[in-house]
Design a protein around this ligand. Structure first.
Ligand code: PMT
Length: 403
């Protein structure tokens, strides 16, 4: 249910705007308070009278009310809302909000919005497929906005393809699920390690691995989206976080990662160790760049790094859940199982470099999750965000059954 939720519904100039009346009604029926903000083009497709009758609120469209000059405050709307939904969202509005072109009330409201934003595109198939639209949608995703993918079918142009605004009921279900999910880990602090570590040899060289941080960052967004406060301890990666509940702590070496993880673990109820930590570092750091020598070979002496997962496994108290990862190339199941036991984990997520699309760098992963009770659940190849959702589902269920 959406009882008490305040929703700004942005409507733009698409034929799908007629569905906005049904959408409005469905949101209100489920308990939401709806404030419509409509673009001038939107008013060509659905009248403000219909919308204000449904919402029992004046529809906001212009910066000022013509008869008395009252200012419509987009800033107040940005603070008032629990969620903004732009449905239908035309290619023009998507382009404007992606690029901050604040030339109407809807775009200024979007730019002032403090709450999560959902965007439901509606347009002709070629417009939707155009790289400009796709780039703008990607940009919105990078701002943390949620895109409600359009459906495929007959379009207003009589062409058949992808571009139909998602059906109102499905949009409302998605919003309801979003608010439900936000409660699942509310009040929990989650510690996540992500990315590689870099172990310095000299001022210009280091030992590291191919981890991009994608898997760990996806987990951080997923946990934050479920309401948790997230401490993301990350090795050096070219990534940004989106959710405001993620506190990022950047480190370089395994020793620094260990210190950061160990200091946040006591307050965490869940720790997910996704980082690819270097097991060894050079025993000596050379202050000056090592020079090529006449000798036929150069030996580098290595010394062990702390095992963060094992240290947290030893410190683990009742009520704390520990999920580790295992990146394997052979004897995958038995190696992962051995790590689960040795590090006192509750779950281990096996990804094997034998599987296409799994492991480092890519946008997908294929995992098998093993738990301390000896169960193994294989998952198909999925995007790293979907894998993150599956893994957090397991953690949420485990918490529910143990609390
Ligand atoms: O970052 P991406 O490019 O998206 O790639 C994701 C990933 C492949 C890095 C990720 O899915 C993954 O598998 N991470 C763990 C990789 C790894 O180092 O596995 P491992 O089998 O060596 O380590 C086992 C577990 O112990 C891991 O949870 C690891 O974080 C932890 N560990 C290992 C060594 C160490 N010194 N400290 C640790 O905490």
């Amino acid at each position: 249910m959406l009882t008490g939720k305040k929703i700004v519904l942005g409507i733009t100039g698409s034929i799908a705007a007629y569905k906005a009346a049904v959408l409005c009604r469905a949101l209100i029926k489920r308990g939401a308070e709806v404030q419509v903000v409509i673009t001038p083009a939107g008013k060509e497709f659905i009248t403000p009278v219909t919308l204000s009758a449904l919402t029992q609120k004046p529809v906001v469209s212009a910066f000022f009310t013509a008869n008395d000059g009252t200012w419509n405050s987009h800033v107040d709307l940005g603070l008032w809302a629990d969620l903004m939904l732009i449905a239908p969202a035309t290619a023009a509005t998507i382009g404007k909000i992606a690029n901050g072109v604040a030339d109407n009330m809807l775009v200024t409201t979007y730019l002032s919005m403090k709450a999560p934003v959902f965007v439901a595109p509606a347009m002709d198939l070629d417009m939707y497929a155009h790289p400009a639209t796709q780039r703008n949608l990607e940009r919105l995703k990078s701002y943390g906005n949620h895109i409600i993918e359009p459906g495929t079918g007959l379009l207003a142009s009589n062409l058949d393809g992808k571009g139909r605004m998602e059906e109102p009921d499905r949009i409302v279900n998605r919003i309801e699920r979003f608010f439900e999910k936000e409660k699942e880990l509310a009040g929990n602090k989650v510690l996540i390690t992500a990315g590689p570590t870099q172990e310095k040899i000299d001022p210009v060289r280091y030992i590291s691995n191919y981890s991009s941080g994608k898997m760990g960052f996806a987990l951080a967004e997923e946990c934050a989206g479920r309401g948790a406060e997230v401490f993301l301890v990350s090795g050096p990666v070219e990534r940004t976080t989106v959710h405001p509940r993620i506190k990022r702590i950047d480190v370089e070496t395994a020793e620094e990662m260990y210190q950061a993880a160990a200091s946040h673990f006591p307050e965490a109820t869940i720790a997910i160790l996704c980082a690819a930590v270097a097991d060894y570092r050079p025993a000596q750091y050379s202050k000056n760049k090592l020079k090529r020598q006449a000798a036929p070979a150069l030996s580098l002496e290595l010394t062990p790094n702390p095992d963060i997962a094992a240290a947290l496994g030893e410190a683990k108290k009742n009520g704390q859940l520990l999920m580790g990862f295992a990146l394997e190339t052979e004897n995958e199941l038995s190696n992962a199982q051995a790590k689960l036991r040795k590090k006192n984990l509750d779950f281990i997520v096996l990804n094997s470099l034998q599987d296409r699309g799994a492991g480092f760098r890519g946008d997908t992963n294929k995992v098998t999750v093993m738990d301390a009770e000896g169960n193994a659940s294989p998952f198909p190849l999925k995007s790293k965000s979907e894998v993150a959702a599956d893994l957090v589902d397991l953690l949420v269920n485990k918490k529910r059954t143990t609390e």
